[in-house]
Design a protein around this ligand. Structure first.
Ligand code: NOJ
Ligand code: CA
Length: 705
């Protein structure tokens, strides 16, 4: 519903003074309203209501450009257009089979009143679960090629909401979440105490990353993020601790500019998802809907996958990525000197291939296979890796043939150590090499400071780099899993070969740092996962005493919770991260990892509260089986799970993997029990989760005789 409203008071003023009072244009969809106006100074402003109550008060919009430093005022409205869209589409891989895209769109066309009269359009889309808006720079004279020096989008909130946040670092999202009121956000201490992150560039102690998850004192859930962040830097939010007005803070480039644009062009969508139910925030498809359809026409080669890898053993110090003892890859008498702890050796890789083949796991990742690891970390150097030269003990041909004979896909690894320019130079060579050896997917990584020097992981230059890699990979029919990129904003709809990203604090932090507390995974789906899948690497079975040389390290999780994460944390690409021998020691629990799919026809969020618990049910793609994952924070709790999503009148066999009666993450994390039950659509399962625990369930329809 789109209408123009002239508020009564404003109408009065209009007649009294004969001056133009702000005209308010509103658009409604369900419980969500968005209003637009130009204020007295000709500044574009918007506000958002949910159930007729403000959730974003009048907030300013606009820019500073190199060609117009006041591109936020003196506008006049020249036209408006509206449009209603109701459609369904099918993601290539996803949490549901069908996605409904239903919104009301309003476009306002603005012109600067002052010379030289540049144009700006703003497009609003109102969905039942929130709003998205973007700025569009139409093709025009003068403003053809320009520099965005600042964006002034405000989110003027109505109160001191509880928020789940990480600091506005230009280079990483790999932080622990803080939970505090908006008024208490100050990331100084957290950045100082956080000793486990390689690159740290936090310039504003009040800036936080998006997705920013909030809860109001009257129980509304609000999530601010963006969609389709392409050719533009990531948006962070500067928090005004007193007035709760948040404002966009774009990640700058090496010389302090934010973006270089050529009209016609546009910004990413700014998104506000809102609901009175936390479960609906997790179920929202708004961010995906705001992204463009697939850039890839034939997507038949894009496949979901589980994989194991020569990886956790390096993370925990048992073996090394590097082949040689020497800190520099220079050789002695022309030869690398082996350190005898190199993980990616042919015999070891074959062990993983055997394991994958035996258990029906599709892929094997091998890190540390290629020359360069003696010299990769913290050096800000180019030409460390060429992506095609294996170490002497990695027999590429033999491994390729062996994997093929065992029906296992090898997963390539390209660590760039942040040298994006170097990677671009080798990209065609590296992808051709992959095609030649039958590698169909690659895990890439950008640890360390970025080259071009002065650029950061989340700026416009790197954003374009990641997109170029995704595009080129698509040309070579290669799927990608990107570590250390900007956080996702739903662009896996456009690039479905971009299966997953890291861009968050994954399970690996429990290997090489103080780790992440049990609440971490109950916050991630409300924050990091709002933009898309994460390569979190769940499934650790040996939860204590796994780290060589650091006996005090432990996972902040029970074993049952590690299983539950395969369902709670969505990704079409999931690693079974632990060592084969740790799975072989617990074959009954490992069965769940073998059974759980990574691609789904349907998803129901059964219960959720950020920071406390989540229970999610998903239906396997093309099959009648359902899977449930439930997790809790450091508190033990009982979760009621109504199984009303099951087919009526049918009986299902429930295989329940739960915490043992004496389990808790700290003292007894590996205690679990497996139970079988018959359940139906009217069954309500009551499951006790241990402190830091979880539960994983497989529900198989029993065929009628
Ligand atoms: C950081 C990644 O997150 C991790 O998974 C990888 O093993 C290392 N970089 C080395 O590339
Ligand atoms: Ca990482």
């Amino acid at each position: 519903m789109i209408k123009k409203v002239v508020p009564l008071f404003a109408a009065l003023l209009l007649t009294l003074q004969l001056s133009a009072a702000p005209t308010v244009i509103s658009v409604t969809k369900g419980k969500v309203d968005i209003m637009f106006r130009l204020n007295e100074t000709g500044q574009p402003q918007y506000s958002v209501q949910f159930n007729k109550k403000d959730i974003v008060k009048w907030s300013s919009m606009g820019f500073s450009l190199d060609k117009d430093s006041t591109f936020y005022k003196d506008f006049e409205l020249i036209d408006t257009q509206k449009k209603v869209v109701n459609e369904n589409w099918q993601p290539v891989l996803g949490e549901v089979k069908n996605i409904r895209n239903s919104y009301e769109q309003l476009t306002v066309q603005l012109k600067k009143k002052t010379a030289p009269g540049y144009f700006l359009n703003i497009v609003f889309r109102v969905f039942e679960d929130g709003v998205g808006f973007r700025y569009v720079f139409p093709k025009q004279k003068g403003l053809d090629y320009f520099v965005v020096t600042d964006e002034y989008t405000q989110f003027n909130l109505t109160g001191d909401h509880k928020s789940f946040w990480i600091p506005g670092d230009y280079d990483t999202n790999e932080y622990l979440y803080s939970t505090s009121l908006l008024s208490k956000i100050d990331n100084t201490l957290m950045v100082k105490n956080s000793t486990d992150i390689a690159v740290r560039t936090v310039k504003d102690k009040y800036a936080v990353q998006t997705p920013l998850m909030m809860k109001t004192s009257d129980g509304l859930y609000i999530n601010i993020h963006e969609a389709a962040q392409l050719n533009y830097p990531a948006m962070q939010l500067h928090v005004d601790n007193k007035n709760f007005a948040l404002s966009s803070s774009l990640v700058p480039d090496a010389v302090g500019n934010k973006a270089y644009l050529r009209a016609a062009s546009h910004t990413p969508w700014r998104t506000i998802i809102v609901s009175d139910k936390s479960t609906e925030i997790l179920a929202s498809k708004m961010i995906l809907n705001l992204n463009e359809p697939s850039f890839i026409k034939n997507t038949s080669w894009i496949k979901p996958m589980k994989f194991v890898g020569v990886w956790w053993e390096m993370q925990t110090g048992k073996s090394t990525w590097s082949y040689s003892e020497y800190a520099d890859s220079t050789t002695i008498n022309g030869e690398l000197i082996p350190n005898n702890r190199h993980g990616a050796n042919t015999a070891n890789v074959k062990k993983y291939i055997d394991f994958a083949s035996k258990h029906g796991i599709q892929g094997v990742l091998v890190e540390g296979w290629n020359v360069g690891w003696e010299d990769w970390f913290g050096n800000w150097k180019e030409n460390v890796f060429d992506f095609v030269t294996p170490y002497p003990d990695f027999d590429l041909k033999a491994i390729t043939a062996y994997a093929k004979s065992k029906n296992v896909k090898m997963i390539m690894h390209h660590e760039t150590s942040g040298a994006a320019t170097n990677y671009e130079r080798y990209l065609d060579t590296a992808f051709r090499f992959m095609n030649n050896y039958g590698y169909t997917s690659v895990k890439t990584g950008y640890v360390g400071k970025i080259i071009p020097r002065g650029e950061t992981h989340d700026g416009q230059w790197m954003t374009n780099h990641y997109e170029r890699v995704a595009q080129k990979a698509a040309l070579y029919k290669i799927m990608i899993d990107v570590h250390e990129p900007m956080r996702p904003t739903g662009i896996h709809r456009t690039y479905p070969n971009w299966l997953a990203s890291e861009a968050g604090r994954g399970n690996e932090y429990n290997a090489f740092s103080i780790g992440s507390p049990p609440e971490h995974e109950t916050i991630l789906p409300f924050t990091r996962y709002m933009g898309g899948p994460m390569d979190f690497t769940p499934g650790i079975f040996k939860l204590k005493n796994y780290a060589t040389g650091a006996p005090d390290r432990q996972m902040h999780s029970t074993l049952a919770k590690q299983l539950a994460l395969y369902v709670v944390l969505y990704s079409p690409l999931q690693m079974a991260a632990d060592l084969p021998e740790n799975y072989e020691a617990k074959p009954d629990a490992f069965q769940f990892i073998k059974d759980v799919p990574t691609d789904w026809d349907d998803t129901k969020i059964i219960a959720a509260e950020p920071g406390d618990f989540i229970a999610t049910a998903r239906k396997e793609k093309g099959r009648s089986d359902w899977f449930i994952g439930a997790i809790t924070d450091e508190e033990n709790r009982t979760i009621d799970m109504p199984l009303d999503f099951l087919d009526k009148g049918e009986t299902y066999k429930a295989t329940i993997y739960k915490d043992g009666p004496d389990a808790d993450w700290k003292n007894n994390p590996e205690s679990y029990t497996i139970e079988n039950l018959s359940v139906q659509n009217n069954t309500v399962l009551k499951i006790k989760l241990a402190a830091g625990g979880g539960c994983a369930i497989r529900l198989q329809k029993i065929r009628k005789k």
